[in-house]
Ligand binder design. Structure first.
Ligand code: IMP
Length: 209
């Protein structure tokens, strides 16, 4: 990261103590808490602190992760970590992208969301490529407004029909490069070792501890 004068600035380190996980999703809070426990970091969730959920008004994954982390840090007076993730299909110019959760509609039905992705690719014609990637942005913010952000990625292809019930979201139609099974068919431990989230966490851990 460089400052206003183009000077390289050191990445800010995270000391021991309490960290807010800026999410209201209990599954995500637990997963992130487990990942941070070995570093002596005690976590508390935005839900436990009764913090509001900000509107995700950013136009990138990083911008959305940053606005969630900054708001939680500002309101709690503690460092805060937020993530934002989604599926980007190359033939669809990166859609559903930051709107990945919304493609499932009000009921968050990912059967519908996956069908929408496949129909949109088919509508592009027989030459449309099936390349896609998942992105996970992580932002760590401090109450003084400082923020460090990291973006992880895993590449693959969209395959149809959906396969497997081990994952969530778009996992049944995402086949990572170099593999013949979808994320939905993959053992969760194996997915977690190679996913966009694992990539982003590895970058964060290497940088801030
Ligand atoms: P958010 O990060 O909670 O905003 O969720 C983004 C959306 O992207 C999720 O609802 C999923 O649909 C999708 N997504 C993100 N990561 C994954 C993944 O690892 N597998 C499948 N779908 C994912």
């Amino acid at each position: 990261m460089s400052d206003d004068f183009g000077q390289e600035q050191a990445i800010r380190k995270l000391g021991p103590g309490k960290l807010v996980i800026a999410s209201h999703n209990p599954g995500k809070v637990r997963e992130i808490g487990d990942l941070l426990a070995p570093f002596g970091i005690e976590t508390v969730s935005a839900g436990e602190l009764d913090l509001p959920e900000p509107d995700e008004t950013g136009t990138t994954f990083i911008a959305n992760a940053e606005l969630k982390a900054l708001q939680a840090a500002d309101l709690s007076g503690l460092p805060a970590l937020a993530d934002d993730s989604g599926l980007c299909v190359e033939a669809l110019n990166g859609d559903p992208g930051i709107f990945s959760a919304r493609w499932g509609g009000e009921t968050k039905d990912f059967g519908i969301a996956m069908q929408r992705v496949w129909q949109a690719i088919e509508a592009k014609g027989p030459d449309a490529g099936h390349g896609a990637h998942f992105i996970c942005a992580l932002a760590l913010a401090w109450p003084d407004g400082h923020v460090e952000a990291f973006e992880g990625r895993v590449d693959g292809i969209i395959s149809w029909p959906p396969r497997g019930d081990k994952g969530f979201g778009y996992d049944p139609i995402f086949q990572p490069l170099g593999h013949t099974i979808s994320f939905g068919e993959m053992d969760p431990q194996k997915k977690h070792a190679m996913s966009h989230r694992a990539d982003a966490f590895a970058q964060l851990v290497a940088a801030v501890f």
